[in-house]
Design a binder for this molecule. Structure first.
Ligand code: ATP
Ligand code: MG
Length: 341
């Protein structure tokens, strides 16, 4: 469905000098540097896949997506989406794809949602009956009905994101690009959006590229992850393999009533594990346990802790994307950057 081959995008950035005089000078100077945002990127994505496209801030994720949607033209290399070259066939390609940029709404601020949807219906030339059944489906999975009458301006962030997703899906596109669709949302709305994405994928075999900084999105939605760093692909494989190769660490933070008590806890020792697999430490009133979730699970650890000491609260944190990238670099190159064809 999506073929990306040696795709590269470089930006020319003009150097600015400090201060107002510098800014004015900068307008006339030719001093510039080249920033390569995406460097020689290649991958293939099959119909119906949900792929997590992840990396640190500035890694080049959005730039890749902008080339795949046709917003940007690559400096070199090529990509095709359902047989079309997006930046050469922008209009045709637009009918095949849906895009959500979580950081920025694509809706019209002053229009009620219902009107926005009917304008999009016309733009995408969706027939009446298809539109009707589509809206019903979207209303059901995204629970839109309580706020479709108000203008976009009045929507909460969570409502707006669901509306954005619906707007991107009206024409039942073959491919959807979700660039941080859960950014800034609370847990309940995140869950609702993830459920909707899963349902759309399983019902219509929609191909989904998902960019996020939240590993829980990836855990719940994608089987495959592509990790990029400095514009280059450093990992492309099953999420399961990522966990196996790089020891997928989770951290439990437990609020204890008494710090002295917390000193009794040592997960590695109790379960006879390596310190690398389960580390225990104390910071103030909190007991931290970082553990490899392929070796031991959270309920086992919690029941051990609770059998020893009273606790007042606890949270579980997923490993951060930055931690995974560090781990990939620390391991030798054998597992890195395998091509999937
Ligand atoms: N139009 C542009 N002109 C100049 N540089 C740009 C432009 N767009 C992106 N860049 C640069 O390219 C790099 C990659 O940016 P990109 O937005 O693709 O990153 P990202 O992975 O989406 O990051 P984030 O997680 O912060 O959204 C960054 O260094 C950014 O500053
Ligand atoms: Mg981005």
């Amino acid at each position: 469905m999506i073929h990306v081959e040696n795709l590269t995008k470089s930006f020319k950035i003009y150097k600015k000098q400090p201060g107002l005089v510098g800014a004015v000078k900068g307008l006339f100077s030719n001093e510039s540097i080249i920033k390569t945002a995406v460097n020689n990127m290649s991958f293939h994505i099959n119909k119906g896949e949900i792929v997590g496209y992840i990396g640190s801030n500035g890694a080049g994720k959005s730039t890749t997506i902008k080339m795949m949607t046709g917003i940007l033209t690559p400096t070199s290399g090529k990509c095709t989406v359902d047989g079309l070259i997006p930046y050469e066939n922008r209009q045709k390609n637009a009918k095949n794809i849906g895009v959500v940029f979580g950081q920025r709404t694509q809706l019209w601020w002053d229009l009620p949602l219902t009107e926005t949807f009917s304008i999009l219906k016309d733009i995408y030339e969706v027939p009446d009956d298809k539109f009707k059944s589509r809206m019903k489906f979207l209303n059901d999975v995204l629970e839109l009905s309580s706020f479709t009458q108000g203008t976009v301006r009045t929507l909460s962030l969570g409502q707006r994101m669901r509306a954005d997703l619906a707007a991107a899906l009206i024409h039942n596109p073959k491919v959807i690009y979700l660039d941080e669709p859960t950014v800034g949302l609370d847990v309940v709305v995140k869950e609702n959006i993830r459920k909707a994405i899963k349902e759309i994928n399983s019902e219509f075999k929609t191909t989904i590229i998902l960019t996020t900084h939240d590993m829980s999105d990836i855990e719940e939605l994608s089987d495959r992850v592509i990790i990029i760093n400095n514009g280059e692909k450093i990992y492309d494989d099953k999420l399961k393999t990522l966990r196996q190769n790089y020891g997928y660490m989770r951290t439990i933070q437990i609020e204890v009533k008494n710090e002295q008590d917390a000193k009794k806890i040592n997960v590695a020792k109790n379960f006879n594990l390596d310190e690398e697999q389960a580390k225990t430490w104390i910071e103030g009133q909190s007991l931290f346990i970082s553990f490899n979730s392929t070796v031991i699970d959270a309920p086992t650890i919690l029941s051990y802790v609770m059998s020893k000491i009273p606790i007042s609260d606890m949270t579980i944190k997923e490993m951060q994307i930055e931690d995974i990238i560090k781990k990939i670099y620390r391991n030798d190159g054998d597992n890195i950057s395998e091509e999937v064809s």
